[in-house]
Ligand binder design. Sequence first.
Ligand code: PLP
Length: 245
Amino acid sequence: MKTALTIAGADPSGGAGIQSDLKTFESFGVRGLSVITALTAQNFKIVKAAFPVPPAFLTKQVMTILEEFRIDAVKIGMTGNFDNIKAIGKIIKKVRLKNIVFDTVMRSTGGYPLLDKKGMKAIKDVMPLITVVTPNLAEASILSGIEISEIKDMKRAAEAIYSFGPRYVLMKGGHLKGSPIDLLYDGKEFHSFTGKRIRGKAERFHGTGCMLSAAIAAGLANGMEIKEAVKKGKEYVEGVVRGRK
Ligand code: PLP
């Protein structure tokens, strides 16, 4: 059985973070391993508190897992703060990890900060170690310094983020008006994934970014190429959201 490791925050409601990632891995037939970067107090509607673990403890969790398991893919989600991003960067440099998906979580939908300002800047430094980075528009805007209000801005921001060094950039365009379009950029071409807009309250979409990045990691662990992993990931997320009323 292939394995995927999620390095992310814990969500007691199970809708996002580690708990959701493990469900996603299982749905794709991949053995899930999990390392917690931060505890949170939240439900589907609101995040009330976040409590990052010390970076040395984060490192200890990963290194202990690596003593026993071979890792076929990694998903990085909420990191919590600058120190944890630095620790994750060091680990990736030290041990050979492949198929690394980074969901650059910065804030909850409700606006609660899940990463400090220094951490936002440090994301750039780990980009050369990443296979695919999956920012939403707000995160892409912070990473690239480009305001995004239409597809052409999304493309410019993807190019700017690509220049930091990841192998692929997946821009999640769900927050633009019109049909939701995600763009995958490989440094040469853009591939677009067009979805159908699903309506509902914010909580219906809680953790969808977490699910997509975990599903892509699971797909890569299973040997899918990137476009297929994204396509299957989007189908998975859509199925979960449709199942939530
Ligand atoms: N909690 C954790 C641990 C997360 O990783 C995330 C997002 O990635 C959230 C909460 C916020 O999720 P959402 O904004 O989808 O509600």
